[in-house]
Design a protein around this ligand. Structure first.
Ligand SMILES: *Cc1c(COP(=O)(O)O)cnc(C)c1O
Length: 226
């Protein structure tokens, strides 16, 4: 089997096992293949092996890659998004994972309405509190959601976070469990459903699944080292 297909099969099996061990349905966890820095050929190879969802970090790279690949691919913009890149992101991505301010959210809503697209949005939360990280403070998430009309063109469907690099297991549990508990609380406070939790990468997706992740963003474990 070619390497990418082999890696994908191994990751799918690990995702399935982690879900089952946590008493969850394997169908409740979506595998997002993060293809940043890898050429369209690598994406095509994964696609041929049955992978339909891909994540890119930078809009420029997304815009360069997506037109060269099958239309059926579901693209996710996962990296920090600058205001002047929103239009480019909306052209190709049907999910945006790192919405981290009310002004960015309003801009996405305005352009989504103008472009007649309906991307799904995730609010990025800085659960770990690291200074270097993007993301909303946990205590600001409810208020932001209450600013958003229920029928916005681009619905907020959940939350996203990143754990600190090389975090020990206990910290991973604290960060991912923290995002899940925040989601539960915010759902009540803001009175809207937030079914999606985007958390977990190559090094920590199993812990994230144990803590309720519904989207794991896996790059290097599928495509190799960057
Ligand atoms: C690169 C990236 C990933 C994937 O990281 P790996 O460690 O290669 O799995 C996930 N999420 C975001 C936001 C990324 O930028």
């Amino acid at each position: 089997m070619p390497q990418i297909a082999e890696n994908l099969a191994a990751i799918r099996e690990r995702v399935r096992a982690a879900a089952v061990q946590s008493g969850r349905s394997p169908d409740a966890v979506k595998l997002l293949a993060v293809s940043k820095t890898f050429p369209p050929g690598a994406v095509a190879e994964a696609y041929a092996a049955g992978q339909g969802r891909f994540g890119e970090n930078r809009v420029q790279e997304l815009a360069a890659k997506a037109p060269a690949l099958p239309k059926a691919i579901e693209w996710h913009q996962i990296g920090h998004l600058q205001a002047n890149k929103v239009r480019g992101a909306l052209e190709f991505a049907s999910w945006i994972h790192a919405v981290d301010s009310l002004s960015l959210l309003r801009r996405i809503e305005r352009l989504a309405a103008e472009m007649a697209v309906h991307p799904k949005l995730l609010l990025e939360v800085n659960v770990s509190g690291e200074e270097s990280k993007f993301g909303l403070r946990p205590q600001d998430v409810s208020a932001l959601l209450r600013e958003l009309p229920q029928d916005a063109p681009a619905p907020v469907v959940g939350l996203m976070t990143m754990a600190p690099l090389d975090a020990p297991q206990e910290l991973l549990h604290a960060v991912f469990g923290g995002l899940r508990r925040l989601r539960d609380q915010v759902q009540q406070e803001a009175g809207r459903a937030l079914p999606e939790l985007s958390m977990g990468m190559s090094g920590d997706f199993e812990v994230a699944i144990q803590e309720g992740s519904t989207i794991v963003r896996v790059g290097s474990a599928i495509f190799g080292h960057r």
